[in-house]
Ligand binder design. Sequence first.
Ligand SMILES: [Zn+2]
Ligand SMILES: [Zn+2]
Length: 249
Amino acid sequence: MEYRLIADYHTHTRYSHGKGTIEQNVMAARRRGLKRIAITDHGFNHIGMGMRLEDIDRMRREIDSLRKKYDDIEILFGVEANLISMEGDIDIPQEYIGVFDIILMGFHKAVMPFSLKDGWRLFLKNALRSAVPLCDAEKLRYDNTMAMIRAMERYPIHTITHPGAKIDIDTRLLAKHAVKHKVFLEINSSHGFMTEEYVRIAMEEGALFVINSDAHTPENVGNMARGLMIAQRAGVPPDRILNSQDFLY
Ligand SMILES: [Zn+2]
Ligand SMILES: [Zn+2]
């Protein structure tokens, strides 16, 4: 299968725990011949590495001026929001939802939960799962998946990042709802998630995908080799990949 990727929708900068500036990411994307890049730093509850609310205006202004400077690439101001509760809350206050051009959402550890109860159910239970047989793994997987589904119902989420990484989910159920809400599932080039098997299951449900670098350095912007390999092996048609030149949906 031939894939020609023309965009990278998931890159980090110094505003979270990436190494480069926004402009360095943009220049790297241009060098790779991409037509679109999203700057998607971590959400506000990410401990020690989230974006800060007070940086939002500065980032927006920076992106606006880069848009004028480089007219051969489209630059999106995004965020990789965190799932923070069983009810599908994410760590973007309601009044800031409209600020972003694109909202990705994923599960990460080291994030401030919505409440103590969510801290226990969503973070601690998942962390303990492999060490202690204290809870029903099936139930935990279902609850995790429902939390993600609720987030898709409540917020304008564009993509679920690295589904299945750091958290156990029911891929088929998630894919069903992603299709319903027109949410893309990411094939992540840094984590190697989704796995080939997950991609196959999601494909059966009609899911649409996006292959991203999840770059934390400018050099890795547009480096989607690993994601491409997974898509290739799973046999994903290029017309089902958002950032492929052949995307059809
Ligand atoms: Zn992530
Ligand atoms: Zn990321």
